[in-house]
Design a protein around this ligand. Structure first.
Ligand SMILES: Nc1ncnc2c1ncn2[C@@H]1O[C@H](COP(=O)(O)OP(=O)(O)OP(=O)(O)O)[C@@H](O)[C@H]1O
Ligand SMILES: [Mg+2]
Length: 771
């Protein structure tokens, strides 16, 4: 008896020791994880500190820094204003543009951080036109270069590109321009590979510089220099030689997003420690951000997307749909077409040769060309979705996220993510392709927890890949917090007002917080059971098993209820053992998925990955904080919404209704002119804003037209524009709008006259944020 009781005691103690050991092992594992993260952060901080120390040293070496006023007046002001308006057709500077131009014109090195669509190109293109000689622009993608060269050529600014696709003849022309100053070349675009790999090119550039003809160097999409950035390009690392070789030539680095770490990295890598820095806000006030729950049924998602496009964008306004894989792109595009949306898929590296040929044809439109060649290319051009989309002949382009930096179209009205992005930074970039012209646009993301493991198995090996993804997941899961606020936090910027431009701020949809701690305990116990049997489960398998388990529990409940009826006295207070793990209510499948994700974000569970010959699979395992849930030290809450949210984001007042008759005519005119003038993009002929100014002001003379679109565009297209406006007869609706906008105009003229009188200033030029 005594022996058996001491055996029992021993067994009990052994069990306790084993449990404690398990605890210790868990803690060691969690501490090791923590140690690894701290090491990682330590090396990041050391790198940043080194750059800081380098910069501080440089600052001390310097004479006392002068207070610089880049918004003051400069000798080139008149010329700059003239070029801006009459060549670029841009009515006023946006925030920081004028200051940046002044700094470059003053021969300073400059770092520009400005949101997508902020107008970075003008900052280096305008000084390139004014300054003597040739400006060198380094840009990472052929397609971006081609678009820029085409845009400048359309404005009559001599621009060329030197890339792997440049013909021998063009190369000769460019080298002569560099070496001997022949021709009228003003802007030369190259890829970073040209600078790092072509000795011949660099030696020609040296000659150009020696003769005092290298006017400035611009590094576009400069974040590609930094390994901490999201599009690191090894060849960008070698661009530091430009400053070493040409120390007296102003160098401007431009990018849409750069965290502090990336900024320091850029300055160090490009050798511009004393540069003037212009950091604009990441805020894109014209973008409406929203997240929708994504159905597990593919067709329902496409129905929803099609409905969104067809109900909100009746004027065929352009949009992008981002998908996870190429196969999904093809499928989504096909299904959208089946629902009557003009859509096609596009793979970024698809038919590179075809794209190049089309651009070559656009680029050479001034040269003598073989008409058959043009005809053939014209046919090819129509076959290429990207070009059809760029020219607004196709409404929606469906691409993977690889289709990103190359998009230069300013009037993209909506960007839809069919599944979540891999980080806040990439989502900001991708969604930021909308509304680069500053007009209201929408960014819609479809989220369902089951998409998370697809992304995590792709990013887990990247530097902080999972951490970045989980930040994105938090953004998607949140049903209360301002979406814009998440971007400010991510880019460490002070909060700004959202002005109701995100779903969480705009719609008062009831969000309930429910205590899901009981369900969390059930999930953890189930996973423990699975792991004890040396098995593992993916997120979906775990959720399915939970559903089965719940059903089993339900069966027990029924038996119990039945028993209660028969033996009321004995069983009425007897709980079923498994009830202790479940709550009084059952979660639906999608709520269970949401719960598992929540548990991963709270480190109660964690993802683990295993490779097969074909794929990497993500499994869910017990995480370092699981114990806290089991011991009821940690409570898990789930946010659930009740009631439907409005189907569209931007309020009706700020959203465009159907285009007016004159707008449609001017839109068609720009499309016509774009094909006549060698395939220049329609938006390079007239921007959407210019079309609305023309419709509201209805110029009748060349002089009046010049005041709206500048001299160059008036010279080129003025007659046709005036003809369309002159012949247009407004319908009743337009006439009514005209008379009300006349009144508004009069009020605003009076107001501005009053403002000028009060301030006693004459406003010749104003930037948008001064307005
Ligand atoms: N001051 C301005 N007023 C009105 N439109 C402008 C102004 N400056 C630039 N734009 C227009 O804004 C659009 C976006 O400009 P740009 O391509 O230079 O943006 P970006 O800052 O380089 O963006 P990204 O990071 O996406 O490359 C273009 O259509 C351009 O013509
Ligand atoms: Mg740009």
């Amino acid at each position: 008896m005594a022996a058996s009781s001491s055996t029992e005691d021993l067994l009990q103690e052994l069990l306790n020791v084993e449990l404690e050991l398990q605890d210790v092992q868990d803690e060691i594992k969690s501490l090791l994880d923590k140690q690894e993260k701290l090491y990682e952060r330590q090396s990041e901080l050391k790198a940043v500190l080194e750059s800081y120390q380098g910069l501080e040293k440089d600052d001390k070496d310097d004479a006392a820094p002068q207070a610089e006023n880049w918004s003051g007046s400069f000798e080139w002001d008149d010329e700059a204003n003239d070029v801006r308006f009459n060549i670029f057709g841009i009515p006023g500077y946006r925030a920081n543009q004028r200051e940046i131009i002044n700094a470059i014109m003053s021969r300073r090195d400059v770092l520009v951080i400005m949101a997508a669509g902020g107008g970075k190109s003008l900052c280096y293109q305008l000084p390139a036109v004014i300054r003597h000689g040739i400006a060198l622009v380094v840009s990472p993608l052929l397609s971006l270069i081609q678009d820029q060269v085409m845009g400048l050529t359309a404005l009559g600014i001599p621009a060329s590109m030197l890339t792997s696709t440049t013909s021998k003849e063009d190369e000769k022309y460019i080298y002569k321009a560099l070496e001997k100053g022949e021709g009228d070349l003003k802007v030369l675009y190259v890829t970073p590979e040209k600078v790092s790999k072509s000795k011949r090119f660099v030696s020609k550039l040296e000659k150009c510089h020696h003769a005092g003809r290298l006017s400035l160097i611009a590094i576009d999409e400069a974040h590609c220099c930094s390994q901490w950035g999201h599009d690191f390009r090894p060849d960008y690392k070698n661009l530091g030689i430009l400053k070493t070789q040409f120390p007296d030539v102003p160098l401007v680095a431009l990018t849409a997003t750069a965290t502090k770490k990336v900024q320091l990295d850029l300055m160090a890598m490009l050798n511009i420690p004393k540069c003037v820095k212009f950091v604009s806000t990441v805020n894109r006030p014209n973008l409406f951000y929203m997240v929708r729950e994504k159905s597990s049924i593919g067709k329902v998602v496409i129905d929803d997307i099609a409905e969104f496009i067809q109900s909100s964008y009746t004027n065929n306004e352009s949009g992008i749909v981002y998908c996870f894989s190429r196969k999904e792109c093809e499928q989504v595009a096909k299904e959208l077409r089946e629902r009557g949306v003009s859509a096609d898929h596009y793979h970024a590296d698809m038919d590179v040769n075809l794209r190049e040929k089309v651009h070559m044809r656009n680029y050479h439109y001034k040269a003598k060309i073989d008409f058959e060649f043009i005809y053939a290319l014209e046919t090819i051009k129509n076959l290429i979705p990207f070009d059809r989309w760029s020219n607004s002949k196709l409404q929606v382009i469906v691409g993977t996220v690889a289709f990103g930096m190359g998009i230069n179209k300013p009037d993209v009205r909506f960007v839809i993510h069919h599944s979540l992005g891999k980080s806040m930074e990439t989502y900001y970039q991708e969604s930021g392709r909308a509304g680069r012209d500053g007009l209201p646009s929408e960014c819609l993301l479809y989220f369902r927890p089951a998409d998370v493991p697809r992304q995590s198995s792709m990013v887990f090996y990247e530097n902080s890949g999972l951490q970045n993804l989980y930040d994105m997941v938090r953004y998607c899961q949140s049903k209360r917090e301002c979406r814009r606020g998440a971007f400010f936090r991510h880019f460490a910027e002070p909060l700004q007002d959202c002005n109701g431009m995100c779903d969480n701020c705009a719609f008062s949809c009831e969000v309930k917080e429910i205590d899901a701690s009981g369900h969390a305990r059930a999930v953890v116990s189930l996973l423990q059971e699975i792991q004890e049997k040396d098995q593992r489960a993916t997120m979906l398998q775990l959720v399915d098993k939970m559903k089965v388990k719940n059903k089993e529990v339900d069966m027990h409940k029924m038996i119990l209820v039945y028993t209660i009826d028969l033996n009321l006295k004995f069983f009425i207070f007897m709980p079923h053992p498994q009830f202790s793990f479940t709550s009084s209510f059952e979660l639906k499948k999608d709520e269970l998925e949401q719960l598992v994700i929540q548990l991963i974000l709270h480190r109660v569970l964690k993802e683990e990955f295993s490779h097969t010959a074909y794929a990497t699979n993500a499994y869910v395992t017990i995480g370092p904080l699981a114990k806290h849930v089991l011991h009821e030290k940690k409570f898990i809450k789930l946010e659930v919404t009740s009631g439907e949210r409005s189907s569209s984001g931007i309020t009706k007042s700020s959203k465009r209704s159907r285009y007016s008759g004159l707008e449609v005519k001017l839109d068609n005119l720009r499309k016509d002119l774009s094909s006549v003038h060698g395939g220049i993009f329609p938006h390079s002929i007239l921007s959407t804003q210019q079309i609305s100014s023309l419709c509201s002001q209805k110029p009748e003379t060349t002089e009046q037209l010049e005041m709206i679109i500048g001299k160059l565009k008036t010279q080129k297209y003025g007659d046709r524009i005036l003809e369309v406006i002159g012949k247009h007869e407004p319908d009743e609706e337009e006439a009514r709008q005209d008379s009300s906008s006349d009144k508004e105009r009069q009020t605003s003229v009076n107001k501005s006259a009053k403002r000028s009188r009060n301030k006693k200033v004459v406003l010749i030029e104003s930037s948008e944020d001064e307005e």
